[in-house]
Design a protein around this ligand. Structure first.
Ligand SMILES: Cc1cc2nc3c(=O)[nH]c(=O)nc-3n(C[C@H](O)[C@H](O)[C@H](O)COP(=O)(O)OP(=O)(O)OC[C@H]3O[C@@H](n4cnc5c(N)ncnc54)[C@H](O)[C@@H]3O)c2cc1C
Length: 374
C-alpha cells in the first residue's frame, strides 16, 4: 500500500509538477486540475483515516511523499500538505457534521485550506497574536489580519488562531475554522520569487467575521500546546522536503557532469568538481540520518521536540549551503527556469522561516539539551 502510493506520488511529481514548475517559478498560477489530480491519487488525504475517505497511511509515508513532491516543486508540495493538514485536523477534532461538510471537498482538491497564525506584527512570537475573537450570542466574531499564509490566495477554509482574552495571554488563544469566502474576509496575494506562486502565498483580513459556536476547534488554554505538538511533525516533514530538494539537485548535477565536457573531459572527471558534489552528498546523508530519527519518533507518537528541531536545522542549513554550490557545478545551465535550482534556493530560505525560524530552533535545541543534562 505504502510503496504503491509513493510510486504514484513519484509519477505525479515527474509527469505533472516538474514540467509545470518552470512556469510557476516565472509567476504562473498552478492549474486547479493539478490540485484535483493530487486529490485523485490520495495525496490530499494521505494520513487522513480511511473512515473519512483518506488513505490512512502513517506519518513516515507523509514525510516520504512530501520529500518526493518537494524535489519537483517545494511550493506546490507545501500547498498540498497544508490542505491535507486541515483535513487531518478536522478528522481528529471537528464535529461529525463539519467533517462531512468539508473533508470530501478537501480530499478531492475541490477546495484548498490553510493554517493561519502569522500576522503583520508577529511571527515567531505566536503568543503575541492580536487577531481577536469575541464571543457573541450566535457564536464568535473575529477581527484581525493574517499574512504570509500558504494557500492564503486561494484557500476556501482556514484554521485561524485568535486571542479570546487579552493580548499577550498565551492561554487565551483559541483556533477557529473560518470559511474564507464569508462576509468580512478580504484576501490578498503575496507575489515575488520568494513567495512562490505555487505555494499560493497570501494573507487576509477579517472584519467582523461571524462564525458559529462549533467553529471553535481548539479552546483557549489548549491551542498553544496543540500547535507546539503538531509543529514537531511539520518541522520533520519540512526537513524531509529540504532533503528532497538537495537529493534532486544532486541527481541533476551528477547526470549533467557525466555528459558535459570541459577542456576535453567530462565535468565529473575534474577532481575539484567531483569533490564539491561528494561534499553535498555527505552533508545530505548526515541530514537524512537526523530526519529519519525525527520521523521515527513522530511516527511512534514519542517525544520528538528535540529531534524535530535538530532535523529541521540540519536539513535547512544543508539546503541553504549546498543548493547554491550545486547550482555552481552546473555552470549557467543551472540558472535556466527548467532547472530546479533557483526555486529550490528560494524555497530553502522559506523553509528557514516556516514552522519555526532557524534561530529560534537553535535556542530551543540549546534549552532542551541543557535540560537533558550531560
Ligand atoms: C513563504 C512563507 C509561507 C509561510 N506560511 C505560513 C503559514 O501557512 N501559516 C503561518 O501562520 N505562517 C506562515 N509563514 C510565516 C512564518 O511562520 C514566519 O515567517 C515565521 O514564524 C517567522 O516570523 P517572522 O517572519 O515574523 O519573523 P520574526 O519573528 O520577526 O523574526 C525575525 C528574525 O528574528 C529572529 N528572532 C525573532 N525572535 C527571536 C528570538 N527570541 N530568539 C532568536 N531569534 C529570534 C528570527 O529567527 C528571524 O530570523 C510563512 C512564511 C513564509 C516566508
Amino acid at each position: 500500500m505504502t510503496q504503491a502510493f509513493l510510486d504514484r506520488v513519484t509519477s505525479f511529481a515527474a509527469d505533472h509538477l516538474t514540467p509545470a514548475a518552470a512556469d510557476w517559478s516565472m509567476g504562473e498560477t498552478p492549474d486547479t486540475a493539478i490540485y484535483e489530480m493530487a486529490g485523485q491519487i490520495g495525496i490530499l488525504g494521505m494520513q487522513v483515516p480511511q473512515s473519512f475517505g483518506g488513505q490512512g497511511l502513517d506519518f513516515a509515508t507523509r514525510a516520504a511523499a512530501c520529500s518526493i513532491l518537494a524535489g519537483a516543486d517545494f511550493g506546490f508540495a507545501m500547498s498540498l500538505v497544508n490542505t491535507h493538514n486541515i483535513a487531518l485536523r478536522l478528522s481528529e477534532i471537528a464535529p461529525d457534521a463539519m467533517c462531512q461538510r468539508y473533508i470530501p471537498d478537501l480530499l478531492s482538491g475541490k477546495i484548498s485550506a490553510c493554517t493561519a497564525l502569522t500576522e503583520p506584527s508577529t511571527g515567531s512570537d505566536f503568543a503575541a497574536v492580536t487577531t481577536q475573537a469575541i464571543q457573541a450570542d450566535t457564536g464568535w466574531v473575529l477581527n484581525g489580519e493574517k499574512t504570509w499564509i500558504i494557500n492564503g490566495r486561494h484557500a476556501g477554509l482556514s484554521i485561524v488562531y485568535a486571542q479570546c482574552r487579552s493580548i499577550g495571554d498565551s492561554k487565551g488563544i483559541g483556533a477557529f475554522l473560518v470559511d474564507l469566502n464569508a462576509k468580512g474576509v478580504m484576501r490578498y496575494a503575496i507575489d515575488g520569487g520568494f513567495a512562490q506562486t505555487s505555494m499560493g502565498t497570501g494573507g487576509f483580513s477579517l472584519q467582523d467575521v461571524e462564525v458559529a459556536h462549533d467553529a471553535m476547534l481548539i479552546a483557549p488554554g489548549t491551542a498553544f500546546k496543540a500547535i507546539l505538538t503538531e509543529i514537531n511533525g511539520a518541522r520533520t516533514y519540512v526537513a524531509a522536503m529540504c532533503n528532497g530538494m538537495v537529493g534532486q539537485a544532486i541527481a541533476d548535477v551528477a547526470a549533467y557532469g557525466r555528459h558535459r565536457d570541459s577542456f576535453g573531459k567530462p565535468l565529473n572527471a575534474i577532481p575539484s568538481w567531483q569533490a564539491a558534489l561528494s561534499a553535498a552528498e555527505a552533508a545530505l546523508n548526515s541530514s537524512q540520518t537526523l530526519t529519519a530519527r525525527a520521523i521515527d519518533l513522530v511516527n511512534t507518537a514519542s517525544d520528538a521536540q528535540l529531534a524535530a528541531a535538530q532535523a529541521k536545522i540540519e536539513a535547512v542549513t544543508c539546503a541553504q549551503r549546498y543548493l547554491p554550490e550545486l547550482l555552481h557545478l552546473m555552470g549557467a545551465e543551472g540558472l535556466r527556469p527548467e532547472r530546479p535550482f533557483a526555486r529550490h534556493i528560494a524555497a530553502a530560505q522559506i523553509a528557514g522561516f516556516t514552522d519555526g525560524a532557524t534561530n529560534i530552533l537553535k535556542d530551543r535545541v540549546a534549552r532542551l539539551t541543557a535540560q537533558k543534562g550531560p
